[in-house]
Design a binder for this molecule. Structure first.
Ligand SMILES: [Zn+2]
Length: 258
């Protein structure tokens, strides 16, 4: 009987090596690479054959477009049918600051001759002076958007057919800002052109009612001449026409404008 062989150091080492090999083999995960044919390749867009060009292009007739078309834009054009405007009536608020909202709040408390409360702000446009609204900012009111008559002149005809424009400020004390003057000239010019308003129908409130509005420091004649000149290049005759108009004479007879 052979003596039982004792487990030697060599045996133990071999056993560890073999188990390690099994472990390594067991963890080995070969990367599966699919055959090339199974990888979808990007499909090139189909080549569309260009249509064959006609041998000769037909002669084109282009519409004639003027090189310098006259700008006739009205950025304030209402979405509803415009009223039959005949006048522009200019006002000041006689207050140092204000906005469409602040005037609206005040006018909501007013009542007409029949005792009915006003619908709100009586003007069609407000031009800010930087205190409550932007300096030179032009903001239309609901009366303009809905083409309603104004409540600003104190005279029926001018309320019904006059576009009421008010500038924030007290022009008995100080002149309008430069930005306000630029804005009012632009706005009145567009209104005059868009609604065919005569030169001498651009008036100050004081021209149609006994009031100091729009204030003696408001350069009404400058504005009127400026918007008249926007229409016609013949400045001197137009300027004379404005100064001779009954409305202007009415104002001039009441004292200097500035
Ligand atoms: Zn006024």
């Amino acid at each position: 009987m052979r003596p039982r062989r004792t487990r030697t150091w060599f045996d133990a080492t071999q056993s560890v090596l073999w188990s390690g090999l099994v472990f390594v083999v067991g963890c080995y995960q070969p990367t599966v690479v699919p055959p090339l044919a199974s990888i979808p390749r990007p499909v090139a867009p189909p080549v569309v054959a260009a249509p064959a060009m006609p041998p000769q292009l037909p002669e084109l007739t282009l519409p004639k477009i003027p090189l310098n078309p006259t700008p006739t834009g009205n950025p304030w054009a209402p979405k509803t049918k415009p009223r039959d405007w005949k006048y522009v009536v200019l006002h000041h608020t006689a207050a140092e600051e204000g906005s469409v909202e602040s005037i609206h709040e005040i006018h909501l408390k007013n009542k007409d001759k029949s005792g009915n409360p006003w619908l709100g702000i009586g003007y069609h446009f407000v031009i800010g002076n930087g205190k409550g609204m932007g300096d030179g900012e032009i903001e239309p009111t609901f009366r303009w958007r809905e083409q309603l008559q104004g409540a600003h002149a104190g005279v029926g005809e001018y309320n019904q057919q006059g576009i009421g424009i008010v500038l924030i400020g007290n022009f008995e004390k100080t002149a309008p800002t430069t930005a306000q003057l630029t804005a009012v000239k632009r706005l009145v010019g567009v209104m005059k052109q868009s609604y065919s308003i005569d030169n001498d129908h651009v008036v100050g409130h004081g021209d149609v009612k006994a009031t100091e509005c729009p204030g003696r420091k408001f350069p009404l004649n400058d504005v009127r001449i400026s918007v008249a000149v926007q229409d016609e290049p013949s400045f001197p005759s137009l300027a004379r026409g404005i100064t001779d108009s009954p409305l202007t004479l009415n104002r001039l007879n009441r004292g200097p404008l500035q």
